[in-house]
Write a protein that binds this ligand. Structure first.
Ligand code: WT7
Length: 642
């Protein structure tokens, strides 16, 4: 345990006691608590009812009757106070290249973009697909959608054409926004060409807007494609906002689950924005003097909540980082921190593991004096990595917050609070205000109390009640929403994570308990990778499992059975996944096997395949139930040396 750093006079949580007091109030009367918090937003019309929640039908609603606009809350109201205050800082791929965007300019850019969307016929409730690199136009586009009441569906620019196509179709997006190219280190990614492939023959897509980010001249389809700058050039920099109902959809973000088809997680207006804003305020102890640097990509939920909406709603300048932690070298994050005077750095354990390999020098050659808070997100942070983050990156001076949450939760649910919560390397520590975690055993019974010597308390992590940032549904498939999250433990939301509660009530996330892998902090469904593999003509069947990987946390291993009359190499099959999903989901290992271990009824015994991937060579339990027990030895032979 490491004591909390001393709070300062403007800390939002003065002590652990202050946290406990506020927490108790927040769970005893969540409606009263969130009604008070909702004063942080500007409302066009106040809410009639604070919350409604039915865990059986998964009907969730916050602040019904209230009207507001997200773009107004993140831009207009701050521009009105001080149009020169920095809103966004674009940190380009090229080291040392920055663009500061003040609120006044942001407002004009968002208005122009919003007017362009209206010119293209985009109306309230329409879905707009954003397939963009980390450039300011992505932020403008999201806020412009929010301004006119359109629903953005940001697709991470690392997804392949096929994956993009699926997401465009599922959301029914008539407008796609992209860039000619994206830049990552010394690589250029031809995003427009990927969009062309994705929308080929799709009638739904009427317009493709292309931001010019590099000198590249992509193919433009007349009548469908236009340069973003041309479209924006025709627009006035003023656009009235659409006053939205609290429960109107704000965005869809696709995430992986235990089936082959990604889920379009839907978030709505008031609850999501309030939750992103208030978690940002408390967890990062946001101050007017802060400069926030979240290294994530906006294509994932971390970027939605803690690059864009959380910081901007709080008027805290936020960095959009286009590059990678290793470009041009392992000092890049710290260089950006020094160049911009960043006070908060929010990153992922996988990036820290990659940086740690280069030793302390790339860190210690920079000053980092401006930093006061370090955040971690995406996967459990190993205590050794935590200490390096705290001792070396933060010079032992900064608070470290390990923040646990999910795409579906909209914002942070478990985390320490600076100046209040004692730090426990490896634990996300305590629930945020209004959040009620509980642990369930295999029989669906709640496990009460804290661990005690010899009696660890652990189980599947569930949540009781609701919080404003909770996802409302899966786009177009509410039954799947109910089934996925509210059926395993009736009455509660099931997270898919395993967890332990220690002697002091701290929560330790132990990882996914479902068929979802956490690879470099990204969620990848094993079923999704399997269905990608099976699309290959030579593949008969495939089973995908995770295994411990030094850098990625979890590596992906695919066991694949191919047709005897067709040739497919491991590299061909890796390429197949790259084409179907994207490079980030590519199996690290593809093992061509003669068969898979199956029960006599034909069920693949993944447990055995997982054990083999984890390095087990002998202890597989009873193999007598297998249809062909010999296959295990054959697979083991093929895995020698991996
Ligand atoms: C899954 C959610 C939340 C934004 C990034 C990922 C894992 C997330 C932590 C953490 C241990 C964590 C969980 C969770 N996870 N943060 N601090 N400690 N595990 O969002 O893609 O929706 O993935 O990431 O397994 O369920 P996501």
């Amino acid at each position: 345990m490491i004591p909390a750093k001393a709070p300062h006079s403007s800390s939002h949580t003065a002590s652990l006691e202050a946290y406990h007091e506020r927490y108790a109030r927040s769970v005893e009367d969540p409606a009263a608590f969130w009604a008070d918090e909702s004063a942080a937003l500007d409302w066009f019309r106040p809410a009639d009812q604070i919350m409604r929640f039915d865990p059986i039908t998964a009907e969730i609603a916050w602040f019904t009757g209230g009207k507001l606009n997200v773009s107004y809350n993140c831009v207009d109201r701050h521009a009105a106070v001080d149009p020169t205050r920095t809103a966004l800082i674009f940190a380009a791929n090229a080291p040392g290249e920055y663009r500061h965007i003040p609120f006044g300019e942001l407002l004009r850019e968002v208005c122009r973009f919003a007017n362009l969307l209206r010119e293209l016929g985009v109306k309230k409730g329409d879905r707009v697909c954003l397939y963009l690199p980390m450039i300011p136009e992505l932020a403008f586009a999201m806020l412009a959608c929010a301004r006119v009441g359109a629903v953005h569906s940001v697709v991470f620019a690392g997804f392949s054409a096929e994956a993009l196509r699926d997401r465009i179709l599922d959301a029914g997006s008539a407008v796609v926004v992209t860039a000619n190219e994206g830049l990552r280190g010394d690589k250029a990614i031809a995003l427009k060409a990927i969009v062309d492939k994705a929308v080929l023959g799709l009638d739904v897509v009427k317009h493709v807007l292309v931001a010019r980010h590099t000198p590249a001249e992509p193919h433009m389809v007349p009548g469908r494609d236009q340069w973003l700058a041309d479209g924006l050039g025709r627009q006035r920099p003023y656009c009235p906002v659409e006053w939205m109902d609290a429960e109107d959809p704000l965005f869809i973000l696709y995430t992986s689950g235990s089936t082959g088809k990604p889920k379009g997680v839907l978030h709505t207006t008031a609850g999501y924005l309030l939750y992103a804003a208030r978690t940002f305020h408390y967890v990062f102890d946001a101050q007017p003097t802060d400069i926030h640097f979240c290294t994530a990509d906006i294509g994932w939920v971390t970027g939605h909540s803690y690059i864009l909406y959380g910081p901007l709603c709080n008027a805290v300048p936020s960095v959009m980082f286009e590059s990678t932690p290793l470009y041009p070298d392992a000092s890049r994050y710290w260089q950006v921190v020094d160049d911009l005077g960043a006070t908060i750095l929010y990153t992922a354990p996988t990036a820290l593991r990659a940086l740690m390999r280069f030793g302390d020098e790339p860190v210690t050659r920079t000053s980092r004096r401006s930093l006061r808070i370090l955040g971690s997100v995406g996967e459990p942070i190993n205590p050794g990595v935590w200490r390096w983050f705290h001792d070396v990156c933060g010079d032992g001076r900064c608070t470290v917050v390990d923040t646990w949450w999910q795409t579906e939760t909209g914002g942070i649910l478990i985390s320490g609070l600076p100046g209040a919560t004692p730090m426990e390397p490896g634990s996300a520590t305590l629930p945020f205000f209004g959040v009620r975690p509980l642990l369930m055993d295999a029989d669906g019974r709640e496990v009460h109390g804290n661990s005690s010597p010899g009696h660890p308390v652990s189980g599947n992590l569930c949540l009781a009640g609701t919080w404003p940032g909770q996802a409302r549904t899966i786009f177009g498939d509410h039954a799947r929403f109910v089934q996925t999250y509210f059926s395993a433990y009736p009455g509660y939301y099931f997270t898919g994570d395993g967890c332990r509660r220690d002697e002091n009530g701290n929560y330790w996330i132990t990882g996914r308990v479902d068929d979802v892998l956490n690879v470099s902090g990204h969620r990848i469904g094993t079923a999704e990778v399997e269905s990608a593999l099976i699309e290959h003509a030579a593949v008969v069947e495939a089973a995908v499992v995770g295994y411990p990987h030094e850098l990625k946390g979890t590596g992906i291993r695919a066991y694949v059975v191919t047709r005897a009359d067709m040739n497919a190499s491991a590299a061909d099959l890796q390429a197949q996944v790259r084409i179907a999903i994207g490079a980030f989901a590519m199996p690290d290992q593809v093992i061509l096997v003669p068969g898979l271990p199956k029960t006599r009824s034909g069920k693949i015994m993944r447990r055995i395949l997982r054990k083999i991937a984890e390095g087990e060579r002998e202890q597989f339990g009873d193999l007598a139930t297998l249809a062909d027990p010999g296959v295990v030895a054959e697979i083991l032979d093929l895995c020698v040396g991996l």
